[in-house]
Write a protein that binds this ligand. Structure first.
Ligand code: 5GP
Ligand code: ZN
Length: 113
């Protein structure tokens, strides 16, 4: 999608701090980190949110979850981490391209809502 920030990051039109890439997945550091490690993992196709996952594109989600342990290991997250996806208005999703936050590097707060 031409007006999507994350599509532009994947395409290289907007610079990012890349931590992982393969043919289906791109991962980069969040511009406003909320933990010592804060990585965003995105599919290389425009899926608007978790609510847009279907049988046609779910292989991208599977590949993302194969990449996450590799990224976590490379980031030194040996004591655990959190994976979050915000979805839609009530989920406070601000960028409308499916992404998974990897947060770690400290003991995270227990509260989720
Ligand atoms: P959401 O609120 O949609 O779950 O998360 C969007 C995330 O994208 C936020 O944590 C925000 O800091 C991050 N973000 C927004 N624009 C950019 C950008 O241009 N570059 C990077 N690296 N992160 C961004
Ligand atoms: Zn996009």
């Amino acid at each position: 999608m031409s007006d999507c920030i994350f599509c532009k990051i994947i395409g290289g039109q907007i610079p990012s701090s890349k931590v992982f890439e393969d043919e289906m997945v791109y991962a980069f550091r969040d511009i406003e980190p909320m933990a010592p490690v804060h990585v965003l993992v995105v599919p290389k196709v425009h899926i608007p949110s978790a609510d847009g996952v279907n049988t046609e594109n779910s292989a991208y989600v599977a590949r993302i979850f194969e990449a996450i342990p590799q990224i976590a290991a490379a980031e030194g997250l040996t004591n655990g981490y959190r994976v979050i996806t915000n979805c839609g208005e009530d989920g406070c999703q601000t960028v409308k391209h499916l992404h998974f936050h990897i947060l770690g590097g400290k003991k995270l707060p227990e509260t989720m809502a």
